[in-house]
Design a protein around this ligand. Structure first.
Ligand code: ADP
Length: 266
């Protein structure tokens, strides 16, 4: 608890001169820790009452036909909003857990074909026929990682592709070689994103179009979750997009994170 946190900045001037600046960020660091713990605790505590609320609403909705239309309509709004709140609380909890512990305990060679297929199936359910989703496997090596974390990163990207592209769009989930190692890509041919927004997309609650995004059912935390999952896998996110030409989200994993299939399957 008495740890001191220092931030160093080293500036090089020519060959033999350097300026070293140290800043004591102990207090800032502690505050940041307190914020994370607080968010994690609050989200955890909110889960139980929300589950109870959702349970009652579920029961009442089955009697909706016996209610005056306006009441029935209100009930269904309440149910929608409760689901939204549950998603938000779950995402907040997931995000703060990703920030708090270092991770890495559950890293194993992942079954990439199964993983991509599962994510495709869920995205297809969300798309309900509006978009076409396919999987491309061009890389044979497996990723060493946390199955649940990679799963949630990829499904966040896939559900964004479904939610932010118009009917008739095509979405590809891809595992392929990359100069640095290998990458997981989610590509769509939808409306794309104006490049000015790209640097800020992974910030919590950052949205390009506030109105449309909150209607879309997202929590505003999807890409922040993706970023933190990748950090825990020594990986990074690249976003390429031009308005009107779709968007490409690429998760780049270093070679040290890959394992030959022969070894993994034994
Ligand atoms: P949410 O989707 O809940 O708003 P995210 O962090 O997942 O939050 O995404 C941030 C924003 O990035 C979205 O609100 C949306 O504006 C934009 N976005 C994400 N994926 C895409 C995509 N495939 N095409 C266009 N815009 C996207």
């Amino acid at each position: 608890d008495e740890r001191m946190v220092l931030q160093f900045q080293i500036t090089l001037y020519g060959d033999d001169e350097r300026l070293v600046m140290a800043r004591d960020i102990t207090r800032l660091h502690r505050l940041e820790e307190m914020r994370r713990d607080f968010v994690a605790n609050v989200s955890h505590e909110l889960r139980t009452p929300l589950t109870v609320l959702a349970g009652y609403l579920e029961t009442y909705v089955t009697y909706a036909e016996q209610l005056p239309p306006r009441l029935a309509q209100g009930l269904s709004r309440m149910q929608e909003q409760t689901t939204r709140m549950q998603n938000l609380v779950n995402d907040l909890l997931l995000l703060s857990r990703l920030e708090i512990d270092r991770g890495g305990e559950d890293h194993l060679p992942l079954a990439m074909a199964t993983l991509l297929e599962e994510v495709r199936r869920d995205a297809e359910a969300l798309a309900a026929g509006r978009q076409q989703i396919r999987v491309e496997l061009e890389e044979k090596r497996r990723l060493l990682g946390s199955d649940s974390e990679i799963h949630s990163a990829l499904s966040n990207l896939a559900s964004n592709a479904v939610r932010y592209t118009p009917e008739g769009s095509h979405i590809v989930l891809r595992w392929k070689p990359h100069p640095k190692g290998a990458c997981l890509e989610v590509e769509d041919d939808g409306e794309g994103i104006d490049p000015v927004h790209i640097p800020r997309l992974t910030e919590r609650f950052y949205r390009v179009d506030k109105g449309r995004s909150s209607e879309s059912g997202g929590t505003g935390l999807g890409l922040a979750i993706v970023k933190h999952v990748l950090l825990r896998h020594d990986a990074y996110l690249e976003i390429e997009s031009h308005p009107g030409q779709g968007a490409l989200f690429r998760c780049v994993f270093p070679a040290s994170r890959l394992m030959a299939t022969e070894l993994a399957t034994g």
